[in-house]
Design a binder for this molecule. Sequence first.
Ligand SMILES: [Zn+2]
Length: 343
Amino acid sequence: MKAVVLHAPGKLAVEAVPDPRILAPGDAIVRVRATAICGADLLPFHGLTPGFEAGTILGHEFAGEVVEVGPGVTAVKPGDRVVNTSMISDGTCPSCRAGRVTQCEGRSLFGYSGVYPRLDGGQAELVRVPQADRALRALPETVSDEAAIFLADVLPTGYGAVVRGDVREGDTVVVVGCGPVGLMAVLCAAPLAGRLIAVDGVPVRRELAARLGAEAVTPGDAADAVAAATGGLGADVVIEAAGSLGALDASLSLARGRGVVSVVGAHFEPDYPLDNGRMFERELTLRFSIGDPAADGTALLERLAAAEFDPTLVITHRMPLDDAAEAYRLFDSREATKVVLSA
Ligand SMILES: [Zn+2]
């Protein structure tokens, strides 16, 4: 089969690799029909993921059809249309039993290695899905493959940013970074927020944020916009969805006293110089969270099926899997906001 293989930072190739096989009773094999590039894919792409193994197949967002299942799989069967959860979990460890599956002792992220045990990803024609009963979700006919991809990661992550940020009705909410996750946070915050300000340096991303219900501003205008919206107090909740130190700094400066900064941008820097004086003096709450498609996917799928919202609005590029190298270039340079590859 063909797959997107990362050989070294900046060096990926679409190439022939052996077809995946069932290795454990709980495995399934999925024939991928649509797969997306996520901002978190850019971290190994730039060599920023400690211990990443050369040769790992990328991608943690995919939808397709189950073609084979191991004898232990009961939740899905061959022929089912499915979407994945970005991470797998064992379902048996203390964290899983307590409902904290993103902290599972047996977790792995599709398309990653190093920070988690290697699990080849879904930017491929076929993908092996371990723990398939929990890592695959069957789809109704009314939800397209393209819409379903958003359930794998970015929609639950944006939703989680809003929930973990404790956004209340009428709050002033700022979303820093309008890549796919930030835009999903805008989508999920819009029905609740009194004022919703989205910050990004890329005009197309600001336009998309505005279509989803935010007032969109440049990073240079963010402080003034938040001050004007709040009488100088600062935002009730700031969602950091960029995953950069600059964005984290900006987020902490935009929150009001006793405000919440809810971080869903991916961070692996070990040495951030947190300003404890600011944290204490302003009584800030800083929360990091990993999107939890296993916990939040069911409700979000119902909302998708009911056409309550349409995350596919943020897809800017649709390309064949063969063009993955160009797709990564477009996404990395921010010429593309969300790329869907068809396998
Ligand atoms: Zn577990």
